[in-house]
Write a protein of this length. Structure first.
Length: 389
């Protein structure tokens, strides 16, 4: 079965988090992804399924030329360096696009290629902070709290870059022209927050943690069960709210969920009632046909995701990976050209160097050995084992 991105070759500059995730998404959907690692790299090799690796010295003239030749033979570059690094090496977009005008030159940085913060070191929390989104997150009595490094690194960074690449590829299919995709992860998080910005006056008028959708409402939060587990509740609409209170059999009397002064007592009653049963007992209760519109779900841990009956009924949502043991399967599901996680990726930065130089650039064994002796490339052994899916 043909995958959606078959025939697209991607060069990914080795990096952390957003770049590897972007490359993994493209590989899952069929792109050929080759990761260029630093010579003698000791960086952790994560999110590398379905990819090949090559180790190059990009400071050596011959290493630079090999890199440019790889770009000449490719459709997409994922640049994970800080702004200006590839330009200083003579490998920037002006050079690459002059040689291959069809190239999609994508760049993932904290704050974009320009601006007063462009060259600052940063991590996910800093990007989320500058986006304005961090000010919405957490309890009102505490400092803003980031929801682990998902928002910037993976959503506003890796995933939005993949979307930008696909948009640029579509544009190229009509014009024949490549272009630069400049991803600022901070801007990406702000973009993801568009709904919050649009509704802040009526859904988020109060301080963080005191609004309908941020845990301030007793009908949109989590409750601890008898066995120390948690049940999520999202009964916002009146129909769902009534279904929820009917399912847990709580008398709210004259309490009105639209009156702020009544919310603490409603929350107390809900918490007290839900603590009387285990999570499994509540799951059984809400599985009854008459209570399926209560908008509840168990808070499952990562070990339980693949075993939950809903996910089992849908097929594999967690796959066994030789390196990560359990990893989420690709999403979304395409009906004609679905994604599939294939190949173990690589366990060594040099693992496919010889294979890539031979298959992509047409170099012979003598030429490859000569480059290795000059310490332009690092050589390893290739392997081809598959992900169990």
């Amino acid at each position: 079965m043909t995958k959606a991105l078959e025939g697209i070759r991607v060069i990914e500059v080795s990096g952390l988090a957003p770049g590897p995730f972007c490359g993994m998404v493209l590989a899952d959907f069929g792109a050929e992804v080759i990761v260029v690692n630093r010579l003698n790299s000791t960086s952790p090799l994560l999110l590398q399924r379905g990819k090949r690796s090559i180790s190059l010295d990009l400071k050596h003239p011959k290493g630079k030329e090999l890199f440019l030749k790889l770009l000449d033979a490719s459709d997409v570059l994922i640049d994970t360096f800080r702004p200006g690094v590839l330009e200083k090496l003579g490998l920037g977009p002006d050079v690459a696009l002059s040689r291959n005008p069809r190239l999609i030159f994508s760049r993932i940085t904290s704050f974009g290629q320009t601006g007063s913060y462009a060259n600052r070191a940063a991590h996910d929390i800093n990007m989320v902070a500058l986006s304005g989104t961090l000010s919405f997150l957490g309890n009102s009595s505490e400092a803003p709290q980031p929801p682990i490094n998902l928002l910037a690194d993976f959503a506003g960074g890796g995933l939005l870059t993949a979307m930008g690449i696909l948009a640029a590829l579509h544009h190229r299919s009509k014009t024949g022209r490549g272009q630069v995709v400049d991803t600022s992860m901070s801007e990406g998080v702000a973009y993801l927050s568009s709904f919050i910005y649009a509704t802040r006056e009526y859904l988020f008028p109060n301080s963080r943690g005191n609004n309908v959708l941020d845990g301030g409402s007793p009908f949109y939060t989590t409750y601890q069960t008898k066995d120390g587990r948690y049940l999520s509740v999202g009964a916002i609409e009146e129909e769902f709210y009534q279904n929820f209170i009917s399912a847990i059999d709580v008398d709210t009397g004259n309490l009105d969920r639209n009156r702020d002064e009544d919310l603490p007592e409603i929350r107390r009653r809900f918490a007290e009632r839900i603590a009387e049963k285990t999570l499994a007992e509540w799951e059984q209760r809400f599985d009854l046909a008459e209570y399926r519109n209560a908008c509840v779900a168990p808070v499952v841990n990562w070990e339980e995701v693949g075993k939950h009956e809903h996910h089992v009924s849908r097929g594999k949502v967690v796959i066994e990976d030789p390196h990560h043991k359990k990893m989420p399967a690709p999403a979304p599901r395409l009906s004609v050209s679905p994604a599939q996680a294939t190949g173990e990726g690589f366990v060594d930065a040099t693992q496919h160097s010889e294979e890539v130089l031979r298959d992509v650039l047409g170099l012979n064994a003598q030429e490859i050995q000569s480059l290795a002796q000059l310490f332009v490339v690092g050589l390893g052994t290739s392997s081809d084992t598959s992900v169990k899916s």
